[in-house]
Design a protein around this ligand. Structure first.
Ligand SMILES: NC(=O)C1=CN([C@@H]2O[C@H](COP(=O)(O)OP(=O)(O)OC[C@H]3O[C@@H](n4cnc5c(N)ncnc54)[C@H](OP(=O)(O)O)[C@@H]3O)[C@@H](O)[C@H]2O)C=CC1
Ligand SMILES: Nc1nc(=O)c2c([nH]1)NC[C@@H]1CN(c3ccc(C(=O)N[C@@H](CCC(=O)O)C(=O)O)cc3)C=[N+]21
Length: 205
């Protein structure tokens, strides 16, 4: 029996994403993208059955590195359903003061420079420069962007949304790409799947 169902996004244009995600059984929604799970994530004193994997990975990385979130100024760059928005909601649940920067935000640099915690999920290679980071800030780079690199056998390499070389000199704590949020996302997916399987087992025995 399968314990979790994940719909890899984005879907092709002719498939209705909203309809598909609503059909996932709540107890198997290991991505946490069912509208009821997302709705609970957005509401005070409600607990979704599953937290979305990438945002959960960001929080896990912060807490395991001893970065406290409560009372901190956090800036999330990006507001997508799969990363930016749920990451903002999770930070809010963890008592951060949250600002969301998106493609229509004016002067993103000055907003990001105020942040104790930055979560970068814009899908823009090396957009966030070292000079945009507050000294000592914790920087989580979710961006996974393929850029041309003729020196590589594949012809490309992966870079984040943060200019790592510059930002790592300013930040107190920073995740690399590759080798940062990505592998932790996969871990959180397995964690959610195990939790779902345990809950299902307990219900049936
Ligand atoms: N490691 C992991 O586990 C995962 C990594 N990713 C990576 O994270 C990145 C983001 O993914 P995803 O959220 O799906 O992407 P989307 O393209 O769905 O969303 C991008 C968001 O960033 C905003 N944005 C785009 N350009 C800018 C800009 N110049 N300044 C500020 N905000 C901007 C957009 O704003 P607007 O809403 O106004 O259009 C949008 O909200 C990608 O690189 C993706 O590959 C994604 C999922 C998981
Ligand atoms: N329903 C759904 N849920 C998702 O969680 C989801 C999705 N759709 N669509 C696509 C994005 C992207 N995503 C990544 C996960 C792991 C790595 C990862 O492990 N990256 C490695 C590099 C891998 C490589 O070298 O190719 C790293 O950053 O080190 C990257 C990207 C999850 N997503």
């Amino acid at each position: 029996m399968q314990s979790g169902i994940l719909v890899q996004l984005p879907l092709p244009k002719h498939i209705n994403e909203e309809k598909v995600l609503s059909e996932i059984s709540l107890g198997k929604d290991v991505d946490g993208f069912h509208p009821l799970n997302i709705g609970k994530l957005a509401m005070k004193d409600r607990d979704p059955l599953f937290l979305p994997c990438t945002p959960k990975a960001c929080i896990e990385l912060l807490s395991r590195s001893g970065v406290s979130i409560k009372g901190k100024k956090a800036v999330v760059v990006g507001r997508s359903n799969i990363v930016g928005l749920p990451a903002s909601l999770l930070l809010l649940k963890a008592d951060a003061t949250v600002t969301i920067v998106h493609s229509r935000t004016t002067q993103p640099e000055s907003i990001i420079r105020e942040a104790d915690i930055v979560i970068a999920a814009a899908g823009q290679p090396m957009m966030i420069k070292g000079s945009w980071i507050k000294p000592g800030a914790a920087v989580i780079d979710v961006g996974t962007n393929a850029v041309d690199d003729p020196t590589k056998k594949s012809g490309y390499r992966l870079v984040g949304d943060v200019d790592f070389e510059e930002a790592s000199k300013v930040a107190g704590w920073i995740t690399p790409v590759p080798g940062g949020v990505g592998p932790m996302t996969v871990t959180m997916l397995l964690h959610n799947t195990l939790e779902g399987a345990k809950r299902c087992f307990e219900k049936n025995h």
